[in-house]
Design a protein around this ligand. Structure first.
Ligand SMILES: Cc1ncc(COP(=O)(O)O)c(C=O)c1O
Length: 406
């Protein structure tokens, strides 16, 4: 399936419209000797680093190997878009780091997850192509499809049977086909049936585009996400039609987004994803910290264990609360958890949802209510982290029990 993007790149080359990375690589290798006459850094502020801002001149940086001193010199601003002057070594290093982590050939970084989905999907899918998308896929993916007004068929949430029926019926009418979903759903915390989706994608020559925003950092031996966990369990299965999307904004703790996939696919996106080409590159400093955080995640099995332990703890408390089935909270308490860090408590009455959220705030707990149109049914979205102590979870649970009582 890689052939599709190889051909598209060939076409760009024929028209002399292909933007290769060679000039950028050349510039990076000679960074110190070059004087930039193409930057948007009109006042020279993008070059600011911790060392410059705090005027730390007493250290001979040039001779220092210390990581902290090197970090202090990395500029905050990129000064341009990735294809002009914005690419720094830190962008390249982060893209290599994510590719290795996600076992992908290549990766392209965007300044947010929203822009990654918007830019990638609007570049990859043409008018003659077709999309099969889960009804609960994140808004930014729907926005991307709107841009090109692409042909789409919507399957019921996580319903691979309905997906199969639709794809069987319509796939043959179109050139390329894309199945789009999330691995952990942002508002419900439930998990896509990856094995079934992969089998359908393989059978019907479709790309499988998976948003891993909420699974990256959490699943798999190194925390690379649910797809990595799936590959670990099914090492013999090839995954050449896979396109992985992720963010730096959830478990990685920063901001930014990325797409990992085959070399041709990523090369094509570097040429055609408009949110990459026409937007200022992310801060090089941030790119360095992202690498640091990913290394922490890779080595952070203890963090993941703590997280899953906390998830189990809150799950047991809520199960207990439901089992008590106290008269005063009867009929109002509908909660879900699917083993991910996201819990929901759903309310038919939006005001009630807001009231409970406010009561929790009064007691010192932030627990936001999510309302339509973001979701169909209003809910408290509870997110558990490895940072919570059991005491904090217990106090939260007690405040919640009181807030839920009439
Ligand atoms: C599933 C999913 N995809 C994409 C995004 C967008 O990511 P970002 O916040 O980094 O722009 C989000 C964030 O809300 C999300 O939940």
């Amino acid at each position: 399936m890689d052939r599709i993007f190889q051909d598209k790149i060939q076409n760009l080359k024929k028209q002399n419209l292909y933007r290769d990375q060679n000039s950028i690589n050349e510039r990076l290798s000679r960074q110190k000797e070059l004087i930039n006459f193409s930057s948007n850094d009109y006042l020279g502020l993008a070059e600011h680093s911790i060392a410059k801002i705090f005027n730390i001149n007493s250290i001979d940086y040039s001779n220092s190997d210390s990581d902290s001193i090197k970090l202090m010199q990395i500029p905050f601003g990129s000064s341009g878009s990735r294809l002009t002057t914005g690419t720094h070594l830190e962008h390249k290093e982060l893209e290599d780091c994510i590719s290795n982590w996600k076992a992908s050939k290549d990766t392209i970084v965007f300044s947010s997850g929203y822009l990654a989905n918007l830019g990638a999907l609007s570049a990859l899918i043409d008018k003659e192509d077709v999309v099969f998308i889960d009804e609960l896929a994140h808004s930014c993916m729907w926005d991307a499809l709107r841009i090109n007004n692409v042909r789409k068929y919507i399957f019921a949430h996580n319903d691979s049977q309905e997906l199969k029926t639709l794809i069987q019926k319509y796939r043959h009418q179109y050139t390329n086909s894309f199945i789009i979903t999330e691995s952990v759903f942002s508002m419900d915390g439930d998990i896509a049936p990856l094995g079934d989706l992969k089998a359908i994608a393989d059978e019907y020559s479709s790309f499988l585009y998976i948003d891993e925003a909420h699974s990256t950092g959490i699943y798999g031996i190194t925390g690379a996400g649910l797809i990595s966990e799936y590959k670990e369990k099914n090492p013999r299965q090839g995954f050449s039609n896979l396109i992985q999307m992720g963010t730096l904004s959830k478990a990685i703790g920063l901001e930014g987004g990325y797409i990992s996939g085959s070399s041709f696919l990523i090369d094509f996106l570097r040429n055609k994803a408009r949110t990459y080409v026409y937007s200022t590159a992310s801060s090089p400093f941030l790119m360095k910290i992202a690498q640091h955080n990913i290394q922490k995640i890779i080595q952070g099995n203890d963090l993941r264990q703590k997280l899953f332990n906390n998830i189990k703890y809150l799950d047991s408390l809520l199960t207990n609360l439901q089992a008590k089935n106290e008269a005063n909270i009867k009929n109002k308490f509908h909660w879900t958890n699917f083993g991910s860090p996201i819990f929901t408590i759903q309310f038919q009455d939006i005001n009630e949802c807001l009231t409970v959220s406010n009561k929790l705030l009064e007691k010192g707990f932030i627990c936001t209510s999510i309302r339509p149109p973001t979701v169909k049914i209003a809910r408290l979205r509870i997110c558990i982290s490895s940072k919570h102590s059991h005491n904090e979870i217990l106090s939260f649970y007690k405040a919640l029990s009181i807030a839920l009582a009439v």
